[in-house]
Ligand binder design. Structure first.
Ligand code: NDP
Length: 332
């Protein structure tokens, strides 16, 4: 029997793990918000590589599920007794809980951050998760300072584009890797001082040449399997390896002794652990929105698809056709 207070909406559902074809467009019921919760009508939904990991089972979640870690929407209802947030507010969330590939969703109010009225919905949905990731990588995992030289893989990608812009503003020399000349032009526009097209040149020898054999202070490696070992080779003595993704597959394990010849540091961060408290979340989101407002971050909303066509977004992201950010827009 149907509960009287159920709202019917359309969402992308995953019933079995697999390729983009497992993303099904279906009707789902969304309940009313309980204590501490809000119901949000999504206006723009950010697509992230992590959505692919969950769809394929690289990261696991009980089936069936609605994918999506990020959205911007309008509050439609608030749970009993909730203060500080009202119907009509525009909010964004990035991270937990999953389920943003939906016209509407229930969220814990403490996962929602206010979106400044000067920032467009699609821009905010393009930047919150990726921008907070860039903030964590550049300001908290390793603190990039003026005079540092850094290496960024997938420099024209969603996170990569923001890393390059932000690191340049911090005064670093930025070396980026990309797969095509078109992406190279974009990375250069985003502040990459040296762009390596890794399909044409070996990135390890090129970094060696650019740094006159010295190596870089830090590598931000989201590609994983294909780049991990080479990235370690690019580091200077006491350099910092930040492995934050695996777009090409999980890197092979390495023995600890690999770090010894240069006394290297290695970390494998997750955004969630750096935005675990409400204060940390608001600080990270605040940094991102402030850098958009001041023009440090120019957001590339390069691809917009209807929510019902999420599969096409996944196909394009997985086949390396995209650059910058991807946004899904519900029809309502
Ligand atoms: P991107 O827009 O960066 O897309 C992935 C890019 O990776 C591609 O465009 C491609 O760039 C490059 N790539 C290299 N090898 C492959 C491959 N085999 N298949 C597909 N792409 C490949 O995605 P996002 O900005 O959404 O995410 C970037 C990375 O950051 C992901 O690995 C993601 O998991 C990670 N991430 C980690 C977080 C964390 O908390 N640790 C938080 C957010 C993101 P090119 O063609 O130029 O080589």
């Amino acid at each position: 029997t149907e509960e009287p207070n159920m709202v019917k909406v359309k969402a992308i559902r995953v019933h079995e793990l697999g390729g983009p074809e497992v993303l099904k467009w279906e009707e789902v019921e969304v309940g009313e918000p309980k204590e501490g919760e809000i119901r949000v009508r999504n206006k723009a939904i950010g697509v992230n590589f992590i959505d692919i990991y969950f769809r394929k089972g690289v990261y696991t979640k009980d089936l069936p599920f609605t994918p999506g870690m990020e959205a911007v929407g309008v509050v439609m209802a608030v749970g009993p007794g909730l203060t500080g947030i009202e119907v009509g507010d525009v909010v964004a969330y990035a991270g937990n809980p999953m389920g943003s590939y939906s016209e509407e969703q229930i969220l814990p109010a403490n996962a929602a951050v206010p979106v400044p009225s000067t920032i467009d919905h699609k821009v905010a949905a393009s930047i919150l998760l990726k921008g907070m990731t860039a903030y964590v990588l550049l300001r908290r995992c390793f603190k990039v300072e003026a005079g540092h030289t850094i290496l960024v893989h997938a420099a024209a990608g969603g996170v990569g584009s923001l890393l390059c812009q932000w690191a340049k503003a911090l005064g670093a020399t930025v070396i980026g890797t990309v797969s095509t000349e078109e992406k190279a032009a974009q990375a250069a526009q985003d502040g990459c001082h040296h762009v390596i097209v890794h399909t044409k040149e070996d990135f390890v020898s090129k970094v060696n040449e650019i740094t006159s054999g010295k190596g870089v202070n830090v590598v931000y490696d989201s590609v994983g399997k294909d780049t991990f070992q080479g990235s370690l080779s690019c580091l200077m003595s006491r350099g910092f390896m930040v492995s934050f993704g695996q777009s090409s597959g999980t890197p092979d394990p390495i023995p600890l002794s690999y770090l010894l010849p240069k006394s290297l540091f290695l970390t494998r961060p997750s955004l969630m652990h750096y935005t675990a408290t409400r204060d940390e979340l608001l600080a990270a989101a605040g940094e991102v929105f402030a850098n958009v407002a001041s023009g440090v971050l120019r957001v590339r909303v390069n691809h917009i698809y209807p929510l019902s066509d999420a599969a096409r977004a996944h196909i394009d992201l997985e086949s390396r056709k995209t650059s910058g950010s991807i946004v899904l827009v519900p029809d309502i």
